[in-house]
Write a protein of this length. Structure first.
Length: 112
């Protein structure tokens, strides 16, 4: 499934945010209110757009499709992560991650 089709399906669900590794790969960003612009007579090219930030600091951003890429990193298991998420010392003390995490550099985050 293409990123365009995936984004279109996921963004139909209200409240879904996106966690994305920024193009410089230096920090994570949370995007919300993902949608499409274009795909009509006056603007035939569809653009993936979202909002970065909140309140008066919010900025519209375009997600450039060619920046969405596969990643393979090491991660913690869900049990390890969830057991330490509320205790900072336990979180800091986690061992070296050992599970392979293969996905894209953008993840949908549903409302829990």
């Amino acid at each position: 499934m293409t990123i365009m089709k995936s984004f279109e399906e996921i963004s139909k669900n209200p409240g879904v945010s996106f966690l994305i590794l920024d193009p410089t790969e230096s920090h994570l960003q949370i995007l919300h209110h993902g949608n499409f612009l274009g795909g009509n007579w006056s603007s035939p090219t569809k653009k993936l757009v979202a909002v970065l930030g909140i309140n008066s600091e919010a900025q519209p951003v375009q997600i450039v499709q060619k920046t969405v890429k596969n990643i393979k990193e090491k991660s913690y298991g869900f049990a390890e992560f969830s057991a330490s998420v509320e205790k900072e010392n336990d979180f800091i003390g986690l061992d070296i991650p050992d599970l392979d995490f293969t996905f894209k550099n953008i993840l949908p985050i549903p409302i829990f």
